[in-house]
Every structure is written in C-alpha cells, then in structure tokens.
Design a protein around this ligand. Sequence first.
Ligand code: NAI
Length: 735
Amino acid sequence: MAPVSAPAVTSDARRERSVGPAPGPRSLGLEIRADRVAIVTFDVPGASMNTLDARFMPEWLEILERLERSTDVDLAVVRSGKADGFCAGADIDMLLQIANDRAAAEMSLGGQEAFDRLAKLPFPVVAAIHGPALGGGLELALACSGRVASDDPKTILGLPEVQLGLLPGLGGLKRLPRLVGIQEALDMALTGKNVRPAKARKIGLVDDVVPRAALLDAAIALGRKLGRREPRRLPFAGLPGAARRFLLEENPAGRTLLFREATKRALAKTGGNYPAVPRILEVMQAHLGRGGKRASETEARVFGQLVVSDVSRNLVGIFLDQQSLEKQTWVPDGIVPKDVRTVGILGAGLMGAGIAYASLANGMSVRLRDRDDASLGKGLAILRGILDERVAKRAMSRAERDRTLGMVTATTDYSGFGAVDLVIEAVFEDLELKRRVLREVEGRTEDDVVFASNTSSIPIGRIAEASRRPETVLGMHFFSPVHKMPLLEVIVTERTSDRAVATAVAAGKRMGKTVIVVGDGVGFYTSRILGPYMNEAAHVLAEGAAVDEIDRALVTWGFPVGPMTLLDEVGIDVAAKVGKIVHDAFGERMAPPAIMEKLVADGRAGRKNGKGFYLYGAGKKAVDESVYGALGQGVPAKRRDGREIAERVALPLVNEAIRCLGERILRSPRDGDIGAIFGLGFPPFRGGPFRWVDSVGLPVVLAKLEALAAKHGPRFTPAPLLEEMVKSGKRRFHS
Ligand code: NAI
C-alpha cells in the first residue's frame, strides 16, 4: 500500500463535545470533534486489557445508533484506551459460563450483526491498533474500512481461536480472506499464529504501520483518504504471487481445489482430533460461496457447537491453568527468591547446553563446567548450534547471538563458582557422580546458593544426603530439547526450604518455562507416569503387534509421536536402565517385559547407534523388520484394533498419574494435566490425564482398568484414589 498522505487533522484538535458516558463505568467512549472526526475509545473499566463481553453489547449498539444517525461525522477512528493493548478477544470466563450452544450461537449472531452495522456506516471507520489485536479484537478491526498499526513489538494481530478449539465467530472468516487472500487467511485461522505489523502490511492485513505516537493522526489521514473514495486497486495487484493467487482464489474450481487440499493437510496434521479445524474451513467456504445471511447463521451455529464441546472446554481449561501457574509462587507470601543473575551449570552435554541457552536467552550469565576441554567444546558447539538456528529463522540477529555467546564462560574446574547464584547439574545419570559434584561445588558457592539436579529419575532426597545444607537442594527437571520444551518440573524434598523453591520457580519462569512443583520420589511425576506407558507398549509388542501399528495407534489417539519411536529417540538402552530403577522402586506393577533385555542384547540402542525399531538410513521412515527376529517373533501379519491398543497403553499412564495425586507427589490435578501435556505430549484436546478421566467418567475408567486387570494382570489395578472417589460418589477431579 502507498504511504498515507500527511495528516489533515492533528490529534490535539479542539474537542467540541463528548457524547455517551452515562453514569457508571462504561467500556466505550464516543467523542465527536469539531473537525467531524468521531473517536470511539474502547476501554474496559478495571482491566489492563480489553476483552469482548456480551455485557458491553448495549453500549456498542448505542454508539452505532448514534453514528448511524449522525450528520456531523465524516470519519471515525476506533482505538483502545489501554496503554498496551487493542483488544485480546472474547472474555474467556464469559465463554465458560455460556449455558448451551444456542445461547452461544445467539451471541455470535448478535456480534456479527453489530460488526456488520459498523462495516456499513456511511463514512470510513479506521482501527488504530497498538498492542495485541487478537480474536474478536482483530475481527473488530476487520469490520472497519481501514487499519493502521503501530510498529511497536507489542503489536500483534491474529485469530488464536483454533488453539482453544473455537472458531472466530464475529465475521472474521468472512472478512479476512477478502483482505489477505484465502491462503494467508487459512494459514492465520488454522494455526492461530500471531502476525507482526511489518508482515501484516505486506499481506494487506493493515493499510499502514507507523510509530505509536503517530497512530491517531495516521488513522485520521487514512480515513480522509478512504472518504475521498480513491479508486480501489485490484485485490491482489502488485502483491507477490498475485497471478497465482488470482487464478486459484478468484475462480470457483481453483477455490474448491484450495479448500480440498487445505482440508486434507489439516486432517493429516490433526488426525481429526481437533474439530474446530474442519469447521473453520467449512465456515470460510460458506462465506466465500453463497455468503450472506445463511453463511452468518452457519458461522453462529458452528461457533455455538464448538463453544460447548468437550475439546474446547479442555483446551480453554489448559489455557486457564497455564495462566494460573504463571501467577503461582508456590511459597507463602513474603518469601523473596534469590535474584539469579548467573547460573552455574555442571555438565556441558545435551541438557547442560540446552539449559545454558534457556538462561542466556533470558538475560542470565552462565558459568559452564565439564570434566575436560573436549566435552566443554561439544557443549559449546551444541549451544552455538541452537543460536545459529535462531539466526537462520531470523528470530535473533547475528549481533545478538554474538552478545549472547559473550555471556557464557567455560571451565574444567570450579573457578568462578563463588559468583554464581544458582547451580544446575546435568552430569551423567549416576547417583554417586551427582553426589560427588554436589559436594565439590558446595564448598565453592555462597551458603544460600540453590543446588538443582536435572536428574530424570533419581530421588532428590538421595542426592541431598551428600549435602551439608540439604535445605538448598532440589530438582529442576528440564525436558529435551530444552530450547523447545515448555515444561520445568521442580522437585522438592521435605527438607527443601521455601526460599530455595521460590528461587528455582522464579528462575524457571524467567527461562520462559511453565513450572509445576512436585514431591520427591523415583521418577517424580513425569518420568514415573511415562514408565508404565512405555512398558505397556512393549507388552503389546511382545504379544505380536507390529511396531508401526502401535505407534500409529497412539498418534491417532493424539500423542505427537508413538512409544516405539520415542524409545528409539530416548535410547532403548537408557529406557531399559530406567525401567529397572522404576521396577525396583514400585515393584511388579512396573516390571518391564523381557523383550527389553533381548533388544539390548541385540545391540539395539535406537537412533543414536542407528539400530532400533526403525531403519535409520536415507529414505522414508520404515520399520527395521529384523527386530521381530531379534524378539523371536515372526513379522506380524494380523492387524489389531488401534483404539484398543491406544487405550491399553495410555490407561497405565493415567492410572499412575492418579496414584501420584493420591500420594501427594502432585499437589493438584491441574499440575498433573499440565505436566503430562507439556512434558510428555499427552493429547491437549483430551485436557490431560485428569480432565480426560473427568470427561470419560470416573466409574467408566475404573471399569476399563478392572477389565484390563482381569485380562492382563494386576499391573492394571486401579489407583486407590480412583476407587475411593468412585465409591464416595465423587464425579470429577477438577472442580
Ligand atoms: P550427556 O551425556 O549428553 O551429558 C553429560 C555431561 O556431563 C557430559 O558432557 C559429561 O562430560 C559431563 N560430566 C560427566 N562427569 C562430569 C563431572 N564430574 N563434572 C562436570 N561434567 C561432567 O547427558 P544428558 O543427556 O545431557 O543428561 C544429563 C542429565 O540430564 C542426566 O542426569 C539425565 O538423566 C538428565 N536428563 C536427560 C534428558 C534427556 O532427554 N537427555 C531429559 C531430562 C533429564
């Protein structure tokens, strides 16, 4: 778009009169200026961010009526009264309180009608966007005749509804493709991704991007220009790929093809588990096809159905859980965490390098120690690799990368550890070694420095036995790859002090992680519930199921990868070792099937030695069929029921999660759901183990476990807490 001409009116033009604000707090203000510019200011009282709530609807209608009748307005600007936000979309609590699909559909239809009236005002309306314009906030901006955004990093535009299992129900699916083309619109609506101002201008989502201070002037200038009704350019002229887009999007056959392809891709990606995805495609197609009132009604009806669906309720629940975890400190009021400026990391392997990255990327310096220069070199190369990847993705500049690398220093002794504020060890998974490094480093750090172990299975209490100040010892269990995985599991023993917990939680949050705090024990929470899941997959394999059939069953159920692939990635040898530890700790319930030993004896370590369940050469992923020979089995011929396999493998994980809650390893079902989803990839649309049990029904899950126990043995014995809850008539884990 051509730059907007110089502002015709300045923002400090004399105010003539204010209209609107009746007594009581209001969310909308209307000011009609002497220069015939109407300024609509959206400012929800008592909130730091604007959200759309049905409670404010009468105010919108009142203002629309006033503008429709006006003879004293040439153009209007819609802006936010908030310091750093335009509008974040619908109010989530309001959505949760909607009684049924019809009520939700009515709300959508009412909102669509209001935005249609805004779009039809007899003069131009321009949205002045600073800060997030998301979901309904963006739909509001789309209903305007033009949009100007500030170039501020806080300004982002997007339709994130799909991430909550919803669809944009205020006309966004009608307006967006007309503005940016079908392909960009699908990309935004199906991924929910944020679009930054420069990209928004490039794809035509906004007309102009200006410094924040010039926003209002630029919006007024754009309104004046639109009011002169300059001839509109051809929709896609001049934009990259214009000819292709014109061919595909402007002719009906091309469009049908586009939607068919998009549906296929979306189904492949979501396995049909996210109903909002095909429904977004359906509604956008309805608007682009026959359109009109019928399409609006379809949009409202589908919106209503999605709002009350289990999937959406689960995804919204997780979103709210995450928000509550962001605020939670896990310690009594008044406990102040130690300010962590420098992190000392022991072990520069895969995990040590990843933790170093998470610290450096969030403004903390790092002192990195390993046994020798060669190991340090390897760790620094991993770190550099992560940073280079960020540079390649343009998420970081070269100068920033170099500055970041300048914040890490490396050593083979403990020099410099006197100045660190937190120690995280990520040496080999060996109790004696971990105790030794703890003793060594303790003599060199300040007395209140927290020692955190990144062990994936060893009880923290056992490591702390070697400490002179066990109150400073805890676990910080990161997940691999650290720079991508969002979870941090903080493990506390009975002796860990509140200050140590506060320090680890604050540092973890600063590293950008979602933090849960759990009790101590073998495998704590996440590794512990993974044990019986992996074991059961191996049992199914030992009974003659095919490797890829097991993986497919669990992926269809919603896990990002199947258990066989996961075993190859983690290392079959490592899994066999952990399996023994878990077996020792928990007894028969966690006994690994004999095939694990057979696989190890056959030299199968997984991807790392190129020999596992799958072939690791060039070409498409394929099962290494020699694995069946190694197990003393033939290549499976019979195909099994995928759903049955999936439930049988997932239920032991769920049952173990309930045991963890019963044993107070978990403090709440919320932490269990977040830990399983963000740490292990438990299907988000199922809401986590506890929400899943809630939606299936506690007695139903109990009966399933009892049936499996009768068939396959006592490892399926239901968790005592589940039995108790069913006996006492409790219906849900989540209130
Ligand atoms: P790794 O083998 O890649 O790295 C371990 C590093 O520790 C090596 O560089 C080694 O030279 C170093 N090291 C050994 N003795 C040392 C000493 N005395 N002082 C300083 N450094 C020493 O192992 P990885 O995968 O990074 O795992 C490290 C820890 O993290 C283990 O406890 C593991 O169980 C845990 N973990 C691993 C996860 C994974 O997926 N790899 C996930 C979560 C935790």
